[in-house]
Design a protein around this ligand. Sequence first.
Ligand SMILES: *Cc1c(COP(=O)(O)O)cnc(C)c1O
Length: 367
Amino acid sequence: MSSTLDFDIKLSQNPTPQQERERILANPGWGQHFTDHMITIRYSADRGWHDARLEPYGPITLDPATQVFHYAQEIFEGTKAYAQADGSIVTFRPYSNAARFNRSARRMAMPEIPEELFVRSLELLVSTDRDWVPRTEGYSLYLRPFMFATSRALGVQRPSQEYLFMVIASPSGLYYPQGIKPVTVWISTDYTRAAPGGTGEAKCGGNYAASFAGQAEALEHGCDQVVWLDAAERRWVEEVGSMNLMFVYGSGPDARILTPALTGTLLPGVTRDSLLKLAPDLGIPVEEGKISIDQWEADCASGKITEVFGCGTAAIISPVGGVKGPGREWKIGDGEPGPISMRLREELIGIQYGTRPDPYGWVHKIA
Ligand SMILES: *Cc1c(COP(=O)(O)O)cnc(C)c1O
């Protein structure tokens, strides 16, 4: 039974010296440094999941004809481990990531991994490399589970018969070391991220490959990120960069949130889902619906929209302060992060770091 697979444990013979590790953890940046170990689990059509290992972090060797290099069967997840004041380490809703990973797998014709095995992989890696979990407030250990096709075959009549699942971990610092500043976003009219029937709902590397040209266009126009519109009508706002989007209407006790509904072309974010549960408990009603780019501009001009923010695991909440597109430009708020954005951010981060109660059972102790 794959869900009861035992891991073969091979510890690193030359782990990063403590002094070096502490130097890295003092200023980890984002996705640049990796811990001493990694998880690998193999899959083949005839044996199922097998050969689970915890081994020293390092390069892997693959044949040039390996399927993933040619046809891009690859999916990933992103979640974080957080140090608590009592010294324990938790992750946030890991079973939600496991379930989404398997939804992505089905879309890409890849095998599903038992959720227990997925979560045990995170637990084993984090408990082995627990000294890599930063203790600094706001820092975390970013966990990156991923899976790709390893059959050595160029034939495209069928998906790969073999896969490799891996987990690596990277200490991460503050997403906004200079303090939270609203980002400016660029409306891409040339590129779309995802079309109906495509892979927009799956967390696959291919979606990112397809997004870089739009991101480059945003940077050329002096913006930080791209706003993706729907592919069919090029009207409906879907996501920003690699985050889901939320619009705050009104203010104070009258504030409410509108977020684009999951139509099949949006990535169903765990952060988005968490905010949809958290906000109403804080007295902020939420609605999943539709908002066009013209409506966004009009509702900012009339003052109905007071705040806009992107949300995702990496930045948690990232306020949007300005929008630019071919022949148009407008601002949201006064250039400072809005009170609703910051309130939600504090509440969610409080649950993750254990400084606020967790009535939802989202926090999962792993080490
Ligand atoms: C991962 C991702 C998100 C955010 O999902 P979280 O689970 O909240 O981190 C949003 N959009 C895209 C395109 C993504 O890949």
